[in-house]
Design a protein around this ligand. Structure first.
Ligand SMILES: Nc1ncnc2c1ncn2[C@@H]1O[C@H](COP(=O)(O)OP(=O)(O)OP(=O)(O)O)[C@@H](O)[C@H]1O
Ligand SMILES: [Mg+2]
Length: 289
């Protein structure tokens, strides 16, 4: 932790001590893949009914962290706690009912191409309740209205734009009325207007469904629009957490460079080395086409 504003109320600085204010917590999370250490002991609390945004450069472990929250990955060390209960050690069977309290908007939209919008959204209901879920159509229509796409109910995913597909995936993520909503890069690949529709939806769903939201993104416009709290990851550690204002004021070079979108000297040097080695290769006849 590089800095914390002493004036912030305790819940905003994520002390990780008051589980009743934070339905989701991770404590000392460590995760490696082979020799690559991705998370190096991350401790975080996600406050109830608020939107926490997780920022950080590509490959720093944001999606890996998110997958731990729903047991898609298991930690090497550390704990995942949901409503005061440790869940990272639960069997798949016992994890099932807890997983249903989470809605997950995956980084890759992941709609079923062969199902229409109705079939995609009804899918989690049918998985849970068998062939004839209670009031299926009304529930599908309700979430479609929430994302403003009721008119697309009989379309196939291929007939929708990227932004519309994200909204359908979001409708599907909320159809089981989750308590926690996880968004992995919800605006990536969308133009600024479609991104803003998603931002507005994140805010609306927080208000209407009273969910605790965790949004992983490197879209800074989106981050500052939706965030009540922010966390920044860098190389598997948390470098800063707190209210958005703390980030705006931060003088930490890692944070301020990320917010300005500037590469570090080290990164620039690596690129210069690659560029000059390409130039050398170009001088050798036959190396480049
Ligand atoms: N299942 C896996 N097996 C092996 N390595 C993995 C696996 N999942 C993630 N990694 C590695 O862990 C690192 C962090 O991945 P992660 O997907 O969390 O990055 P990220 O911060 O979400 O990046 P981005 O912003 O590009 O989505 C990457 O180097 C990735 O290659
Ligand atoms: Mg990711």
């Amino acid at each position: 932790m590089s800095e914390l504003a002493p004036s912030l109320p305790p819940e905003s600085i994520d002390a990780g001590t008051n589980s009743s204010d934070a339905p989701v917590r991770i404590v000392g999370l460590v995760k490696s893949f082979g020799r690559q250490k991705v998370l190096k002991g991350v401790t975080l609390s996600f406050p109830r009914g608020k939107t926490s945004v997780v920022l950080g450069p590509s490959g720093c472990g944001k999606s890996v962290m998110l997958k731990h929250l729903v047991g898609l990955l298991r930690p090497d060390k550390g704990q995942v706690i949901y409503e005061g209960e440790r869940i990272d050690t639960l069997s798949e069977r016992r994890l099932g009912p807890i997983r249903r309290q989470f809605g997950f908007l995956f980084q890759q939209g992941a709609l079923f191409d062969s199902f229409d919008v109705y079939g995609n959204i009804a899918f989690p209901l049918r998985e849970l309740e068998g062939d004839r879920p209670y009031d299926e159509e009304a529930r599908v229509r309700r979430v479609l209205r929430l994302v403003g796409l009721e008119s697309a109910i009989h379309k196939l995913p291929s007939e929708l734009s990227g932004g519309q597909q994200k909204r359908i995936a979001l409708a599907r993520a909320v159809v089981l009325e989750p308590k926690v909503l996880l968004y992995d890069e919800p605006t990536t690949g969308l133009d600024p207007i479609r991104s803003d529709v998603i931002n507005e939806l994140i805010i609306k769903l927080k208000q209407e469904l009273r969910v605790t939201s965790i949004v992983v993104t490197h879209d800074l416009v989106s981050a500052f629009k939706v965030a009540d709290y922010m966390v920044m990851f860098h190389e598997g550690n948390v470098v800063l957490k707190g209210e958005p204002e703390l980030f705006r004021r931060s003088t930490d070079p890692i944070v301020s460079r990320f917010l300005r979108g500037e590469a570090s000297e080290e990164e620039l040097r690596a690129i210069r080395e690659v560029t000059s080695s390409n130039r050398d290769a170009a001088r050798v006849p036959g190396v480049l086409p």
